[in-house]
Design a protein around this ligand. Structure first.
Ligand code: FES
Ligand code: FES
Length: 168
């Protein structure tokens, strides 16, 4: 059984109890994805599975057999950083940086949810094909990613600038 991580096919561990987070950090030595609470409460472990954001601490690696996982290490290209990574630097969207990989992966997944019209708790028009990235939508949809340093203002600015085409 295999899984694709940042475009590389790797074997899944024999032990089915290994979480996706531990596979990334301990087995594949990709420390970008952070282990905060390890129980689904902080968002530090957020990665993308076929473009959808998931909490890797709550996922067993074997559940994602055959899927394509993207971590923060997989976002930059030969041309440079992902635009959201660059915006985090520009807007001081981090202090210690512990939450940053999760914030960035989560925001990329969030933007895709908006483009696909996936509603949130604060969405007013549930039938809209594309949902605008309003003040309330951004804060609601990123509420699962906590920043203990209080860099939220810079994080919000970086996300709003990067996905400006979704901002009303
Ligand atoms: S480490 Fe996964 S949500 Fe906190
Ligand atoms: S920058 Fe330190 S936890 Fe967010």
């Amino acid at each position: 059984m295999t899984i694709a991580v940042n475009g590389t096919i790797v074997s899944l561990p024999d032990d089915p109890r290994v979480s996706l987070l531990d596979l990334l950090r301990e087995h594949l030595h990709l420390p970008g994805t952070k282990k905060g609470c390890n129980q689904g409460a902080c968002g530090a472990c957020t990665v993308l599975a076929d473009g959808e954001r998931i909490l890797s601490c709550l996922a067993l690696a074997v559940q994602y057999e055959g899927r394509a996982i993207t971590t923060v290490e997989g976002l930059a290209t030969d041309e440079g950083l992902h635009p959201l990574q660059a915006a985090f630097i520009e807007h001081d969207g981090f202090q210690c940086g512990y939450c940053t990989p999760g914030q960035i992966c989560s925001a990329i997944g969030m933007a895709d949810e908006l483009r696909r019209g996936v509603p949130s708790h604060v969405t007013r028009d549930l039938a809209a094909p594309v949902i605008a990235l309003t003040h309330d939508e951004l804060r609601e949809r990123m509420s699962g990613n906590l920043c203990r340093c209080g860099a939220h203002n810079g994080i919000v600015e970086a996300i709003a600038e990067t996905f400006a085409e979704l901002v009303p």
